[in-house]
Structures are given as structure tokens and as C-alpha cells.
Write a protein that binds this ligand. Structure first.
Ligand code: ADE
Length: 414
């Protein structure tokens, strides 16, 4: 029996996302007519929520058979998963709160279709094809990767000479990282944080670990919300950027002593570990928006605490052996998707346009591509940017012929 209420909720969520994704809508209209993915099988592992749903429908309407699983056990919107199955007949293997075993079973179910192409977020699907599921490797012609963490893993595979097919680093397109990583993560981190805690950000000491594009976005929004922001970094250039953007820059061991809110966004592991937890300010609320749940050490939290209580739907209280209480949001997993609803639709509009057009490019060009990590051509970024500007009702200037000659020439100095 279909849960009608859940289905209605998912249907409306998809409709809302669709109405705010004009660039993807334009791609979808063209794909519907031209069917650039006709007869292909596309296996997807992405956060299964409304915006992703519109991408999956776009790929299916381009002629592909689609299977979708979640790339994180906590990021599925069950109402959307149901609506995709019921309204569009898509095969969706995802459930919010799935166990680790179910998570891998779902990824395996996607791979069982023997995909021609993969769309991944975090590179779990792609790495499985190189390890436990080599049986489907031969059929795969290429893949797209959505996120910084996934691209880092794939570059490491390419450097080790083990990557077996070309991969498009969607994350590295300007129309992805400049907006999704910065403004998307900046906003959705606090969507998750506020849903989880229902507390104030203003006036609090807030530590942002990592000052990449995502960290920049989180720090910028935290400042806008009135927090006293401190940044921690290991990269000296990024540390100077943070300093000159007006933030305090400290070592983690010093920053945690006064931190009331701490947000990790590095893509690396063990950012908050035993030595930091030992001196952390009583009451600090920790959350992560990096891809994996290993940025805040849960083993160290368990070791130093007497016990853990779920005090709100997405918040665990750790009672430390020395009497302090520390808090962790959504078990250290992406709080913007586990407790919040992910990046705004207007942002995913651009990221998923890169995904759709990147896949079309890969299908056309895979035969001449090597088993390397590629970035989509600039022309694709500009096409998306122009469509987005038009949808935002913004017009910009054009160069005059004289100006074009000036900036492309070398003879004129004045
Ligand atoms: N929604 C779908 N995919 C997402 C992602 N990678 N980050 C944030 N929100 C998303």
C-alpha cells in the first residue's frame, strides 16, 4: 500500500524544486526532444532529495534507464524517493536512516544494472566498481563526480594508475564550486544547524574548520548571522585569506577553548580529536558539513564520555567523564542534508546543469578520453551562466569590437 500522504509531500517537494531550477528545465526540454542518452543505463549515487530527483528525471527523459541510490545513509528524503518511484517509475534504492549494510546493498543494486555511465557524489560507487564490483567495470564508459571529496579520491586513483575510465570532475566547474560550495553550503549548513538546535547563532563564538570554498561560505554566513567567527586552517595561503576577510585565525587546540559552535568543513579526517575534545568549552555544539562523518572523532568522544543521550531529533549530548557536556549534530554526518534539506534549489540548478551537460559531453566524447580526471569545457560554464542570468532577469554589457581587439591583442598600450 502506497502511503498517500508521503507521496503527496514528495510530489509537491519535487514540483517546488522544479519551479526553482530554470537552467535544468531548459536542459530538460532539449534533452526530451533530442534524447542524447537514448538506450544508455545511468547509475546514480547522490543525496536522494528533491533537487536530485529533478536531475534523475532529466536523465531519464533524455532516454536513459536510471537507477538511483543515496550517497549518504542520512540524506534521503523518503517522500521524494517515493514520488520518484510512483510518479516517474524510477528505480530508487534509498531510505533515510539506512544501516551501513543497507547503504552498500543499495549501491550494489544500482551497479546490478551494469551501468554505461555513473553519476556519483563522494566516489563510493566509482571506487566499488574498482574493488568489490569489478564485474561491471567493462561496461562503464565514464563517470561524473559531484563533490570535492570525491574528486580528491579520484585524482588519487588516477595518480596511482588504477582509474579505469574517464571521470568528469563536476565539482571543479566554476558554475559548481563558486556557487554550490560557497553559497549553497553557507546557507544549508545553517538550515541544518537551526533545524537541529533551534538556538541562536548571533553573539556566539563560532569556529569554522577549513577555509576552502565551502568553509568560506560557512564563515561568511556565520558572520552575517552575528557570530564571532574564528577559522582554523592548515594551508598558509587560505589562512591569510581568512585573516584578511576579517576572521580570527587560530589553532584548533586554542579555538575550541572558547567555542560555543564548531563546524567542520575540511574533507579531511580527525579535525576535532581527543586533544581538542579534552579542552573544549563546556556546552559546545559540533556539526559537520564535510562529506564523511570522520571530521569530528566519534571514537574519541566515546572514549572521553560516560554516555550519550539523544536530546533532540538530530542532537546527541555526550556527558564527559569530567562533567562537561558536548553536543554532536546528526552523528557527525553532513548536517545540512541530515538535519536540513540540502542546498537551495536555485544553487543545485547550476550544479545539476553541469551534471546533465557534463554527461552529454562525456557520452559524445568518451571514445577519445583517457582514464583521467577531466574538467568540463569552459563553454559549458558560460552556457549555464548565460541561461541563469536570463532566468534571474539580469542583463550585462558586451565588449565593443575595439575592446575585444584590445584585450586579445598585445600591441596597444593605451
Ligand atoms: N542536494 C543534492 N545534492 C546535494 C549536495 N551535494 N550538497 C547539498 N545539497 C544537495
Amino acid at each position: 500500500m502506497v502511503d498517500k500522504e508521503l507521496l503527496e509531500k514528495g510530489t509537491l517537494r519535487l514540483r517546488w524544486a522544479e519551479a526553482h531550477m530554470p537552467v535544468l528545465a531548459a536542459v530538460r526540454e532539449r534533452f526530451k526532444k533530442e534524447k542524447p542518452l537514448k538506450g544508455l543505463k545511468v547509475g546514480m549515487a547522490l543525496h536522494t532529495e528533491a533537487k536530485t530527483g529533478i536531475l534523475a528525471v532529466t536523465i531519464a527523459e533524455a532516454g536513459a534507464e536510471v537507477r538511483l541510490a543515496s550517497c549518504n545513509p542520512l540524506s534521503t528524503d523518503d517522500s521524494v524517493a517515493l514520488a520518484l518511484r510512483e510518479n516517474y517509475g524510477l528505480k530508487v534504492y534509498a531510505k533515510k536512516g539506512e544501516t551501513s549494510e543497507e547503504y552498500y546493498q543499495n549501491l550494489n543494486s544500482v551497479l546490478d544494472m551494469k551501468p554505461d555511465y555513473i553519476i556519483d557524489d563522494g566516489a563510493d560507487l566509482i571506487t566499488m566498481v574498482h574493488t568489490s564490483r569489478k564485474d561491471v567495470l567493462d561496461n562503464i564508459k565514464g563517470a561524473n563526480e559531484e563533490t570535492t571529496t570525491g574528486v580528491i579520491r579520484l585524482r588519487a586513483m588516477a595518480n596511482d594508475g588504477v582509474l579505469k575510465f574517464p571521470v568528469m570532475a563536476v565539482n571543479d566547474s566554476k558554475m559548481k564550486f563558486l556557487f554550490d560550495n560557497r553559497y549553497g553550503t553557507g546557507q544549508s549548513a545553517f538550515d541544518g544547524w537551526m533545524t537541529a538546535t533551534n538556538l541562536m547563532v548571533s553573539g556566539k563564538n563560532l569556529v569554522v574548520a577549513g577555509y576552502g570554498w565551502c568553509g568560506k561560505g560557512v564563515a561568511m554566513r556565520a558572520k552575517g548571522l552575528g557570530a564571532n567567527v574564528t577559522v582554523t586552517e592548515v594551508d598558509p595561503i587560505r589562512a591569510i585569506e581568512a585573516k584578511m576577510d576579517g576572521f580570527q585565525v587560530k589553532r584548533m587546540v586554542d579555538a575550541v577553548k572558547t567555542a560555543e559552535i564548531l563546524i567542520t568543513v575540511t574533507g579531511c579526517k580527525d579535525i576535532v580529536r581527543k586533544e581538542h575534545l579534552e579542552v573544549m568549552r563546556d556546552g559546545c555544539i559540533m556539526g559537520n558539513v564535510g562529506h564523511f562523518d570522520n571530521e569530528i572523532s566519534k571514537p574519541a568522544l566515546n572514549e572521553l564520555s560516560k554516555g550519550r543521550t539523544r536530546v533532540r531529533e538530530f542532537v546527541d549530548e555526550y556527558e564527559m567523564k569530567d562533567g562537561r557536556k558536548l553536543y554532536l549534530i546528526s552523528d557527525g554526518r553532513l548536517m545540512n542534508l541530515a538535519a536540513g534539506q540540502g542546498h537551495p534549489a536555485e544553487i543545485m540548478d547550476m550544479s545539476f546543469a553541469v551534471q546533465a551537460l557534463g554527461l552529454e559531453y562525456m557520452v559524445k566524447n568518451h571514445a577519445s578520453m583517457d582514464a583521467k580526471v577531466y574538467t568540463a569545457p569552459d563553454s559549458l560554464d558560460y552556457e549555464i551562466a548565460r541561461t541563469k542570468l536570463a532566468a534571474m532577469d539580469v542583463t550585462i554589457d558586451d565588449l565593443t569590437e575595439e575592446q575585444r581587439a584590445y584585450i586579445t591583442g598585445w600591441q596597444e598600450g593605451t
